[in-house]
Design a binder for this molecule. Structure first.
Ligand code: ZN
Length: 150
């Protein structure tokens, strides 16, 4: 156990105990549901998009500690952000999580979310960590599609 792993465990446990933005948005403009059959994680992501900003975000569902913590940190990280910035954060997160061992990675935009790279020590749990992110991305994308058909 090094300091980074200790910090990772500590932050994951904290977000699992006290998840941020946990619940449902009654005035959501976009919604997606994600399921990870490997672990049984189920996550709902609610977005309230105003103009080109994520005015509000919430999540709920029944999931393991890693998935819940990742969702909690995600919602904290993108709330109030521009949609285009949030998509960059998503892309950067995906790059960080899927990079090969030893491959260099640096990000100017992930900030505290970089702690989630600790999950790469536990390959079986990576899908738990990425589920909320893919669900979030689907909610954003589906909204884009519905807007463009109007
Ligand atoms: Zn899980």
């Amino acid at each position: 156990m090094n300091d980074f792993q200790d910090l990772y465990q500590e932050i994951v446990m904290d977000h699992n105990r006290r998840p941020r933005n946990f619940g449902k948005l009654d005035d959501a403009t976009s919604f997606a549901n994600g399921f990870n059959p490997l672990c049984g994680d189920e996550i709902n992501v609610y977005l309230k998009l105003v103009g080109d900003e994520i005015a509000d975000i919430a999540f709920n569902g029944d999931s393991c500690a890693i998935s819940k913590s990742s969702a909690s940190m995600l919602t904290d990280g993108v709330k109030g952000k521009k949609i285009s910035d949030a998509i960059q954060i998503f892309e950067s997160f995906r790059e960080m999580i899927t990079r090969k061992p030893g491959e260099d990675f640096s990000s100017d935009i992930l900030g505290d979310l970089e702690i989630l790279s600790g999950v790469s020590q536990f390959p079986a749990r990576i899908k738990c960590a990425t589920l909320p992110w893919h669900t979030f991305h689907t909610a954003l994308t589906e909204n884009d599609q519905s807007v463009s058909t109007e």
